[in-house]
Structure formats: structure tokens, C-alpha cells
Design a protein around this ligand. Sequence first.
Ligand code: CO8
Length: 255
Amino acid sequence: MTATTSDVKTISINEGVAVVTLNRPQVMNALNIQLREEIMQLAQAMDADPDVNVIIFTGAGDKAFCAGADLKERGQRTTEEMYNERRFFRGRWVNVIASMAKPTIAAINGYCLGGGLELALQCDLRIASDNAKFGLPEVTLGFLPGAGGTQRLPRAIGLQKAKEMILTGKHIDAAEAERLGIVLRVVSRAELMPAAMDLARSIAKNPRIAVMQAKVALNASLETMLSGGAQAENEAWLACLLSDTWKAKLERFKD
Ligand code: CO8
């Protein structure tokens, strides 16, 4: 895959790092159906692309990473359309980025709300700029977070804090998000992409099979008991032997 643009997103690829930019700044990069469809397609394409080792998701402009579902689009839909969309579409959306084999990073600039925060929570790592604001305001709209938010937020910050955020729908700032562990670190707006790229490159330089298998094992830690997780780790380790990369890496230690 090479650099591409569409009405709703751009993709650039450099040094094994793909940067996917949600590109609807006029509506705070809100997720309409087209953008969600394109993200679902690119997730598969990125995993299959030999030139890509790490994927960064970010938002165009200075105001928002993503302000969640496109409420202008949703407001025009019937209850039947909403039901069908949820029944047949959401099943894939809720795990689309989380189930990518390659590591993903959210570089969060500005508002990160609702489906935008749920998208970020699907990423493996999150860095924010100091103007970022986070929230899951779905209950204030008569719904609940339905793209993994009620499951991933408690795992990230604990049940009580997640309940506070979800039941009140309140926004929190970047410093609070860092303190809670929603983001790894906070940097200035100017430093956001350089910091995300540094993190991505420091992963991308490692053997791809090792990184991907480590991700498999790490994810298993949240899905299983310790004994099952250790088993998953073992299987992930064994899969590294399907490549001779380890031999090449140990070459310099030979007598
Ligand atoms: N969808 C569509 N357009 C949006 C969205 C959105 N989520 N957020 C902002 N916009 C638009 C605004 O309408 C405005 O457009 P226009 O210039 O045409 O009026 C433009 O972006 C700029 O926004 P504001 O003027 O409001 O900018 P502010 O800096 O004053 O405020 C906020 C920024 C705080 C982000 C504010 O725009 C806001 O609260 N937006 C809505 C955030 C939100 O609630 N998102 C949805 C979360 S819930 C979710 O993602 C799951 C779906 C929930 C189910 C709903 C079923 C109906």
C-alpha cells in the first residue's frame, strides 16, 4: 500500500510507520459511515502490507482527534436503520483496530470523545497533546458507549473511575487522562507527532514476528487466567521459530 487520500482520511507511510489521519476537521473528525468503512478496510490492508510495521492513528487539525460518532448523520437515521447498523456492522467495528496483528498508536490531539475515545482505546498505545480532552458522553445522549468503551475503559483505569466517566459523561483533561493511565504520556501539540513517530520507530525497528507475537501474548493476559495466559505466551514464543530472524539476531554472539 502506498500513501493514499480519500474524502475522509489520509495515509502516509515512512520507515515502516503508517500514519492514518482522520480527515474531517470541519466536524471534529467525527466518524461517519464512510470513515468507519474505510478504517475497517485499511486495518486489513495494513496488516497485510509488508512495508508497514506500526500504525499511528491521529486527527486532522488542532481541535480534535475525533469527537465520536457523526451526530449529524445519525440524527437523520430511522430507528430501524440504527438497529440494523448495530446488529450487522458494530460487531466488526468494536474490535477492528484491537484485532490488528501489528501494533497501533493513537496520537490524540484535542477532543477525544465517545466513539473517538473507543477507537483510541482499541489502540495498543496512546499519546496525547496537552490540549486533549477525553470523555464518553453517550449516556447524555440516551445511549451507552457501544464500541467497546464499557469494557476497555475499566480495564485501562479500573471499574470505579470508568463508572464515574461513563455514568456522568464528563470530560477530563490530558493531565487527568495521564494520571488515570488512559494515555502513556502527554506532550505539547508540536511534539505530538514527533513523539508518536519516535515511539513507533522504536517498535518498528524490532523484528516484526517478535513484536506481533509479543502483542498476541500480551493481549492474552487480559483474556485468560494466568495458566492459560502462560500457555498462550508459550504458543506465541514457539511461533517465532517459524522465522529464522532470531538466528540472524544471535549471529554476533557466536564465538
Ligand atoms: N458529529 C457531527 N458533527 C460534530 C460532532 C459530531 N460528533 N462534534 C462536533 N461537530 C461539529 C459541530 O456541529 C460544528 O459544526 P457546525 O460548524 O456545522 O455547527 C463543528 O463540528 C465544530 O463544533 P463546535 O462548534 O461544537 O465546537 P466547540 O469547540 O464549541 O465544541 C465539542 C466542541 C465539545 C466537541 C462539541 O462539538 C461537542 O460536544 N460535540 C459532540 C461530541 C459528542 O457528543 N460526540 C458523540 C459521542 S457519542 C458517540 O460517539 C457514540 C454515538 C452515540 C449515539 C448517538 C445516537 C443518536
